[in-house]
Design a protein around this ligand. Structure first.
Ligand code: 4NP
Length: 159
């Protein structure tokens, strides 16, 4: 399974999601079966590592995301990934604008729908916010990724 996390800047939420998901897959011993990546839409921080506060927040949870580099979403990602998770309605709109067919969008969902199915609950953007804002985003991301990891583990055991 190839999993892609998307946010606006790809320096705060989606890098934390990529780090959290990789850690969860490691903890569940299913890393080999899955590929995880993240990207965004704003080019301001192209090629840069995640925001310092995102790095610090992840590190508090024993996740090192310092090696990640910002990249932009491309429609080829619809081919390269099986599941694509966005953080909020603006991300969803921007992905939708780049779809080639309706089929592409079947892969796309809001990350927090893992917890609140069909509610499209946003994971708030912590950019420009406080440590608490980053922690809050991380908590939501962690919960959703944990549910996704458990689902992948269950799918594997029924195959
Ligand atoms: P993110 O936060 O989407 O969670 O990475 C942002 C980071 C940077 C910008 C926007 C959102 N920006 O416009 O530079």
């Amino acid at each position: 399974m190839n999993i892609l996390f998307i946010c606006l800047g790809n320096i705060c939420r989606s890098p934390m999601a990529e780090g959290a998901m990789k850690k969860i897959l490691e903890d569940l011993h299913i890393t080999d079966l899955h590929h995880v990546d993240s990207c965004g839409f704003e080019a301001y921080h192209l090629g840069e590592p995640p925001h310092k506060m995102a790095q610090q927040t992840a590190l508090k949870h024993h996740i090192d995301i310092s090696a990640q580099r910002q990249r932009l979403f491309s429609p080829i990602d619809f081919d390269n990934f099986d599941r694509i998770f966005v953080m909020d309605s603006n991300n969803y709109k921007l992905v939708n604008q780049q779809k080639r067919t309706e089929e592409d969008m079947k892969k796309v969902d809001y990350l927090y729908n893992m917890i609140n199915p069909t509610q499209n609950t946003p994971i708030p953007d912590p950019w420009g916010g406080t440590t608490k804002d980053f922690e809050h985003a991380f908590d939501m991301i962690w919960k959703a990724c944990l549910k996704l990891g458990q689902n992948l583990l269950n799918q594997q055991s029924t195959q």
